[in-house]
Every structure is written in structure tokens, then in C-alpha cells.
Ligand binder design. Structure first.
Ligand code: 5GP
Ligand code: MN
Length: 333
């Protein structure tokens, strides 16, 4: 989005917020660092402006984000009061709210704050900038436009969002804006060392065993540069790891030299498989995920597919290989 369009959207978002007194702030199912950091920072900022706020997410936050201010106030159910306005962060499509979608759709005003490029925007005002490394970068601009002074709590939430969505400032989406905003957040009181320790150095022994299983089961002998690993329901029972403790495993797959696409398959309840996809840029994995009802970004995407582990894996691998072939053919012609 051009700077001009974005600043106009910011102005409209601010005026909509000023008209409202009470808010539901929501984010996507299976929330990650950007989802949680954006939701919590914006909620704190609204409270600074004397607004009433409910923090909503259908799934619980992973324990490693429990240190963020207000994480203990996130609820899967709406409160007994109705809000004047809903703000949805880090969701490409309102469906990403899961069971909370209907709750937000009923609200009189809706603001979409996001950085996905899949075009599934929604709401009265759409503050969507695919060039942002994290939704938290957009929330940073919004909080400042609201005239809220950023203190250590808001700064830590936003820093956590940018840190995690840019892969600690290493993915292709990490821009000079990401680093500039992060620097300003550190000046405002975010503690880079403490935040990184909480997020990346608090893995349970059970989750570490789960990581070990995924790595031992890795399949990387593929000419096309596709690497993948599968975790079964049984692996969770045997290690005692929680379903939310798979974050970071895919990064070990994407770190393999020569890899073009990495996939992690995780069997979940109800005969479904959660798929994480990462690309080196050779193919747009969000297009592959979209074919299976998911979405995301060109280099990081995901979907949840009905079916048994091997069956889903075979379908996804075929789609990825097809996309790689099409990309190669495109380059050759
Ligand atoms: P992850 O593999 O870390 O779960 O997800 C990577 C990225 O893909 C997320 O940041 C999110 O943008 C997107 N994503 C993951 N799962 C889904 C999904 O089921 N639907 C959509 N629309 N996007 C997803
Ligand atoms: Mn995000």
C-alpha cells in the first residue's frame, strides 16, 4: 500500500476509534507472537485512552508469551457487554478468528489491521499493509496516531510481534522499518535480551523431545529441494508436549542448505493435519496453502487439512512439486 493510502487509512481508523467507547480486540486461532503482541499492545493503548477493552482469541496463548502484559486477560469468549467496535489484528480473512468470527461480525464497526497480501480484507476500515514485516509494525503506527505514549509494556508487546514475525530480523520481510521501529521500542523500554529469552529459551523438555522426533524423521532426500517432517498424535502422547508447542520446529527444516520448500505436518484432533510451509522465494507457498483452505505469506504459510497424516502429506507434496515445476518452467521460458 502506498504511503498516502496508508496514512489516509490510519486517519480513518483513528476517527473510528475516537467515536467508540468499548472494543473487542481479536486475533487468529493458534495465536503466534505477532498475533499476541499486536492484540495486547493495541488493547493497552486503547485502555490508555480510557476505552473499555475485551481481549479475545479462540485458542490459548502458548505459555512462552505469558510474560506479555495482559496475556492473562485473553479470553476465548466475549464478555457480558457488547462493544461499539471490533478490531481484528493479524488475520488474512475474518474466518481466521475461528469460532469468534460471528461475535465480531455482529459489531457495528470493524477495523482490519493486517499485513497479509492474500487480499481477504474486511471491515469498515482496512489498515492493511503487506510491506510490513509484522502486524505489530502497523499497530505501532496506529498507537502513535492515537497519541498514546509508548511505555515499556506496549513496547515489549510490539517488539515481541516484530521479533517473531521477522524470524529475529532474518526473514525476507525484515525491512529497515522493522529495525527502526524495533530500535524505537527498545528506547521506549522493551528489553531485547529478556524478551528473546522468554520466547526462545523457555522450551520445555517435552517440546524438545518432540523437536528431536521431528528432526529424526526428517525427509530431505529430494531432488527438488523439498524437505518435510511429520508429527503424529502419538508423538504428543509419548513426549507429553502440548499441541501449541510446535513453534520453531519448522525453522530447523528451513535452515537446511539447498532447501527450497520446507513443510511440517502435525496430526491434530478430529483427523486433521496442520501444515506449515516455508519457501526460499522459489515459489509462493501462500498460493499452495490457499488451495487447501489456508493462506499466509509468499515465504511462510499454513493450512489445516482434513485427512490422515500420510494422505495429507502426499497431497501437499504433490502440490508443492507442481508449483516448483511451474515456477521453473516460468523461469525457462
Ligand atoms: P505457521 O506455519 O507459523 O503456523 O504459519 C505461518 C503463517 O501462515 C502465519 O503467519 C499465517 O500468516 C499463515 N497461516 C498459517 N495457518 C493458516 C491458516 O490456516 N489460514 C490462513 N489463512 N493463514 C494461515
Ligand atoms: Mn503476522
Amino acid at each position: 500500500m502506498s504511503e498516502e493510502t496508508m496514512s489516509r487509512a490510519l486517519e480513518r481508523a483513528v476517527s473510528l476509534i475516537q467515536k467508540s467507547k468499548s472494543f473487542y480486540v481479536g486475533t487468529h486461532i493458534r495465536p503466534d507472537g505477532d498475533a499476541l503482541g499486536s492484540l495486547l499492545a493495541l488493547s493497552l493503548a486503547l485502555e490508555c485512552r480510557q476505552k473499555r477493552v475485551a481481549r479475545l482469541c479462540a485458542d490459548p496463548a502458548p505459555a512462552s508469551y505469558g510474560f506479555l502484559a495482559g496475556a492473562d486477560r485473553i479470553s476465548p469468549k466475549p464478555p457480558d457487554w457488547t462493544a461499539d467496535m471490533g478490531i481484528v489484528v493479524d488475520c488474512d480473512g475474518i474466518g481466521r478468528l475461528g469460532p469468534l468470527e460471528a461475535v465480531f461480525e455482529r459489531l457495528p464497526r470493524l477495523l482490519d489491521v493486517d499485513h497479509h497480501a492474500t487480499g481477504q480484507t474486511f471491515g469498515e476500515v482496512r489498515l492493511v499493509d503487506p510491506s510490513a514485516g509484522a502486524a505489530a509494525e502497523i499497530v505501532y503506527e496506529l498507537v502513535r496516531s492515537l497519541g498514546v505514549e509508548i511505555g515499556p509494556d506496549i513496547a515489549a508487546c510490539l517488539y515481541a510481534g516484530i521479533l517473531t514475525d521477522t524470524g529475529r530480523f532474518t526473514y525476507g520481510n525484515a525491512s529497515s522499518d522493522s529495525l527502526r521501529i524495533a530500535s524505537e521500542l527498545v528506547e521506549a523500554g522493551a528489553d531485547p535480551h529478556g524478551i528473546a529469552r522468554n520466547i526462545y529459551e523457555d522450551r520445555s523438555v517435552a517440546a524438545t523431545h518432540l523437536l528431536g522426533i521431528a528432526l529424526a524423521r526428517l525427509s530431505a532426500n529430494d531432488d527438488a529441494g523439498v524437505v518435510s517432517a511429520m508429527l503424529t498424535r502419538r508423538d504428543f502422547v509419548e513426549t507429553g508436549a502440548a499441541a501449541s508447542e510446535t513453534e520453531g520446529i519448522i525453522d530447523h527444516l528451513r535452515a537446511i542448505g539447498g532447501r527450497r520448500v520446507a513443510l511440517l505436518f502435525v496430526e491434530t484432533d478430529g483427523d486433521r493435519v496442520r501444515v506449515s510451509l516455508r519457501s526460499d522465494g522459489s515459489v509462493d507457498v501462500s498460493a499452495v496453502a490457499l488451495q487447501f483452505g489456508g493462506g499466509g505469506h509468499a515465504m511462510a504459510a499454513g493450512c489445516t487439512v482434513q485427512g490422515r497424516g500420510e494422505e495429507v502429506r502426499d497431497k501437499l507434496l504433490a502440490a508443492v512439486r507442481g508449483a516448483l515445476r511451474a515456477a521453473n518452467a516460468g523461469h525457462d521460458s
